[in-house]
Design a protein around this ligand. Structure first.
Ligand code: PLP
Length: 387
């Protein structure tokens, strides 16, 4: 059986590449060809492919204890929760999930419970992406993704991103929370403005509603600080993390201020696998690696280098984003063709919109690799423009 004919549901238009191994920012396919990975499994493999520090932690833990369920305590779950609290600036109670969508489900349930069920509406942004479960799909502000799955859970309201007045006008006496991404990733890497997030904080305080930040994509150093909100100087009541947290192993986390987190009592929420010792050891090692190797302080300079180099590429009219979450905005809607031609150039990038290429490489990418990335992207764009 050919690998690429495997009986998988066709939820993804996969590229005709089968990867066998990876190291740092390099992926090797079944023909032995090496690709520069500027996607990192969609902002996941931040500490680099096959990171040996993380691999060793997984291997050690796998030989010690793999699973006991959430009916018991394990050391990795406690150590990781303490670490997350420390990285958040000394606050936060943690619920472990297995993905970004599940972390957001938890945030939604927690906000409703905190609001005592008398308030249930969550105001979200148009263009947002919060996941593919029914509730997170309902929270996602992209109607095209709802088609075929309606009726969706009620209580989600969508208003334009970065439009404080629209959010203010959408609040009513049934509103429990506002939920936004500090940078909309799937919508083409659109950063929130500082005034917008600060304004949301004020609105939430004024109306006693919860502010939720979905940091599934922006978190764990992607934008140059552990959490994007730390650069904006705005603290949420609840935020979520996933993607890079386990450097590729599936983990999500919903982290809440103590008075919010305390709303959950035994029986309110749960998961069999969440917070297992194996996954928490992997996540802890990921965070320790990023910290010990001083990876995150270098992220903004690397992002600036990407901006500088990309802005010189003909066909690119704007480069937007923060840190190592960037998008090259194209003059023409040819992102999909460029993504394909990039593969010929041995470069992995992602056409997140018709006119936007998403660049989210491993955070350990070197300046030399960024130079190579710009060169290969330039070649892929040139070929696309002239084919
Ligand atoms: N939230 C954001 C901002 C995301 O970017 C994603 C995934 O792309 C999700 C939630 C969903 O995460 P997952 O695919 O792990 O369920």
């Amino acid at each position: 059986m050919s690998i690429q004919n495997a009986p998988l549901m066709q939820t993804y238009g996969r590229a005709p590449l089968t990867f066998i191994s990876g190291k740092g920012c390099i992926l090797t396919d079944s023909k032995g060809d090496e690709y520069l990975d500027a996607l990192a499994g969609i902002a996941v493999v931040s500490a680099g492919h096959s990171n040996s520090f993380v691999a060793e932690a997984i291997s050690k833990q796998a030989q010690k204890l793999q699973h006991v369920s959430n009916l018991f305590w394990t050391e990795p779950m406690a150590l990781l929760a303490k670490k997350l609290r420390e990285l958040t600036g000394g606050w936060g109670q943690v619920f472990y999930a297995n993905s970004g969508a599940e972390a957001n489900e938890c945030a939604i349930k927690l906000a409703r419970l905190w609001a005592n069920n008398s308030k249930y509406k969550i105001i979200c942004a148009e263009g947002s992406f919060h996941g593919r479960t029914l509730a997170t799909l309902a929270a996602t502000g992209q109607p095209a993704k709802w088609k075929g799955f309606e009726p969706l859970p009620i209580g989600f309201v969508h208003v334009p991103f970065n439009d404080l007045e629209a959010f203010a006008n959408a609040i009513d006496d049934q509103t429990a929370a506002i939920m936004v991404e500090p940078i909309q990733g799937e919508n083409g890497v659109i950063p929130a403005t500082e005034d917008f997030l600060k304004g949301l904080r004020k609105l939430c305080d004024k109306h006693n509603i919860a502010l939720i930040f979905d940091e599934v994509q922006t978190g764990v150093g992607r934008t140059g600080s552990w959490w994007a909100f730390q650069q904006y100087g705005v603290e949420p009541d609840i935020f979520t993390s996933a993607k890079a947290l386990g450097n590729g192993l599936p983990i999500g986390a919903c982290i809440a201020k103590d008075d919010f987190g305390q709303s959950f009592k035994p029986g309110h929420h749960g998961t069999t696998f969440g917070g297992g010792p194996l996954i928490c050891s992997a996540a802890l090692a990921t965070l320790e690696y990023l910290e010990q190797e001083n990876v995150i302080p270098a992220v903004n300079d690397k992002g600036s280098l990407i901006q500088e180099l990309f802005s010189k590429i003909p066909g690119v009219i704007q480069v937007r984003g923060r840190g190592l979450m960037q998008a090259a905005i194209l003059q023409e809607p040819i992102a999909k063709e460029i993504e394909k031609n990039a593969i010929e150039q041995k470069l992995i990038i992602n056409a997140v919109r018709d006119n936007a290429l998403r660049i989210t490489p491993p955070l350990v990418i070197t300046n030399e690799e960024i130079q190579l990335l710009a060169k290969r992207l330039n070649a892929a764009i040139e070929k696309t423009l002239h084919q």
